[in-house]
Design a protein around this ligand. Sequence first.
Ligand code: SF4
Length: 343
Amino acid sequence: MPLLDVKDLKTYFRTDDGIVHAVDGVSFSVEKGKTLAIVGESGCGKSVTCMTIMGLNAKRNTITEGQAIFKDRDLLKIDPDELRKIRGNEISMIFQDPMTSLNPVYTIGAQLREAVQLHENVSKQVANSRSVEMLKAVAIPRAETRMDDYPHQFSGGMRQRVMIAMALVNNPDLLIADEPTTALDVTTQAQILKLMNQLQRDFGSAIILVTHDLGVVAETADDVMVMYAAKAVEKGGYEDIFYRPEHPYTWGLLGSLPRLVAEGADLKPIPGTPPSLLQPPSGCRFHLRCTYAFSPCVPDVPELLPVGGESASDHAVACHLEPEFRRRESHDLLHEVMAEQQV
Ligand code: SF4
């Protein structure tokens, strides 16, 4: 049984200009102890997907449909008080910028203790010692004394470690990390990713990692869901997406990954820009940027279907191209990338 099973999730926002289709029929699941990466360009709906699961969208303007089953409870339908108890306890979230999540006028220690005592009836001493242990687990030096420091006294990387400590202090079953390393330099990013992998091994939490960076995915993910314009266009295991990708958008993402391109070789950006979600394009939402688009792509919305063949059965793609053609193109793309790496 998956820990979290999301089915046909839709999140629409009412705005003065009309309805924004921010998430439009997305399904996925996460298993205990595994990491699912949700990948795509800014504005494709990956963060809104997580905010919806956590019940953090403003109720007044939001229309939500579908299911998010977590331990036999539908997070989209349960009582707000029950959801509040789950948040920060059974499910935690880390955001991109820790400064917006940490309160600047309270010490780190006070905030960590509060996170413990909000969900458990324990003494201040117990909350304190658990907080110190957690700061040590995320490799904050002199954890006991740093409990008395304020967020501004920590560097960006240290603040993100504190956020991870706060998210994990109640040993959640599921950690949702929304671009947790985007604001950090490359060295600190590598440290944080290593730390998240380590903590996942130690605590057995499942992770949903939201990112636009395929390099980060390569470091951490067991499963990957690629989103484009509010829909999932490809899903599969890490190896399916990196070694047997079958969607033209995934090919575009892999082709434009700077780390895979050798010095002197051309970067291949995906042409055009993502469409407006106020009036999403008809048919395949990628057709305006897809160099493979052909006649069925405009009227017919491609379904996300298992690719079959040699790939694992949970590898699925939403594209009208013939499976044989997709596999050939995928093979050629990979061949090209490998050749460029050897330049
Ligand atoms: Fe391109 Fe058509 Fe496939 Fe969409 S369905 S990705 S437009 S080939």
